[in-house]
Write a protein that binds this ligand. Structure first.
Ligand code: DGY
Length: 326
């Protein structure tokens, strides 16, 4: 009997057909919750899952006794219980690399938009309120030549830094990462303790993954260390930042502005003041959301799942120790 795959992510017809060559595929397009009764019922016979943005809990794993592998269409895997998966010998595969440049583009979009007040001023034009030459009350801040502080200096952090250093002549500082001599040589980047980086940077950009150690890494104390002219950008995960402290820092003018692609609660609560603040550029978690990159991510997830279910080593395996001896 063929192994069964439940596909709840956006896969194109070719990708579904590729999975279907050797496996039986049940598609759940637009699945909003793991509590969907048809999905729950199908779990009991599932060997593989492929998709994104679904909270996978140990309780859900209890309903999937045959599960061998999950291929998430994301680089982040903070919504997966990695230890529980590993204990059960379930492989978890993610999609790094293919989204690095696109996510870094989003980071730089936020740096530029927040610094030059692009959204606020575009809205002014849209309202018909552009009635005189632009004066100092609408001036923004330069980006070129400033100091860019990266919290986290993995693939995406380095790609943001490359844009800053090579494209905009920025000085690059990084924290919360092991020393990166090659990037230091390439970009003139310098490693700092987190507090020093916060004090020194004109732009602070968060790219660190969400873990128990990084949850609420940036809060009231950290915002107080930043320059009053600092612009804060988050393209990682909302929970790395204490959002209430961020809102207060923006309201009190402790920092100048923020560019945010991620939030503590997503979709953003209608009660959140963030999208209404003129010094905030808020995006709906579009880090990797381009046609090209989402197709490439889905393809990487398909390739990972096919390898995993065939007993081969997936290209991107999060929990190496879950592998069963061949
Ligand atoms: C990821 O891949 O983790 C991104 O946040 C999804 O856009």
């Amino acid at each position: 009997m063929k192994k069964r795959i439940l596909a709840y992510g956006r896969l194109n017809d070719d990708q579904l057909a590729q999975l279907g060559q050797d496996f039986e595929v049940q598609a759940f397009p637009g699945l909003a919750s793991a509590d969907d009764p048809a999905f729950r019922a199908a779990l009991s016979d599932a060997h593989g899952l492929i998709g994104a943005s679904l909270a996978i809990t140990p309780e859900l794993l209890d309903a999937a006794p045959k599960l061998e592998a999950i291929a998430t269409i994301s680089v982040g895997y903070d919504n997966y219980p990695v230890e529980a998966l590993t204990r059960r010998g379930i492989l978890l595969c993610n999609t790094p690399d293919v989204l690095t440049e696109t996510t870094a583009d989003t980071g730089f979009l936020l740096i530029m938009a927040a610094a030059r007040r692009a959204v606020e001023l575009a809205e002014m034009v849209k309202r018909g309120d552009w009635q005189a030459g632009i004066g100092p009350e609408h001036f923004g801040s330069d980006v070129h030549g400033k100091t860019l502080g990266l919290i986290g200096f993995g693939r995406i952090g380095a790609a943001v830094a490359r844009r800053g250093a090579l494209g905009f002549g920025m000085k690059v500082r990084y924290a919360m990462a092991s020393p990166k001599p090659l990037l230091e040589a390439e970009l003139g980047a310098e490693r700092r303790e987190l507090d020093e980086l916060l004090e020194e940077s004109d732009f602070v950009c968060v790219t660190v993954p969400l873990t128990a150690e990084t949850e609420h890494l940036i809060g009231e104390r950290e915002f107080a260390l930043m320059k009053p002219s600092a612009i804060f950008v988050n393209i990682a995960r909302g929970k790395v930042v204490n959002e209430a402290a961020l809102i207060e820092a923006l309201e009190m003018g402790r920092i100048r502005a923020a560019g945010l692609d991620v939030f503590e609660q997503e979709p953003l609560s209608p009660e959140s003041p963030l999208p209404h603040m003129t010094n905030v550029v808020a995006l709906p978690h579009i880090g990797s959301a381009t046609h090209e990159t989402r197709t490439a991510m889905a393809q990487r997830a398909v390739d990972n799942l096919l390898l995993a279910l065939r007993g081969e080593h997936p290209i991107n395996l999060v929990n190496e120790t879950a592998r069963r001896p061949a």
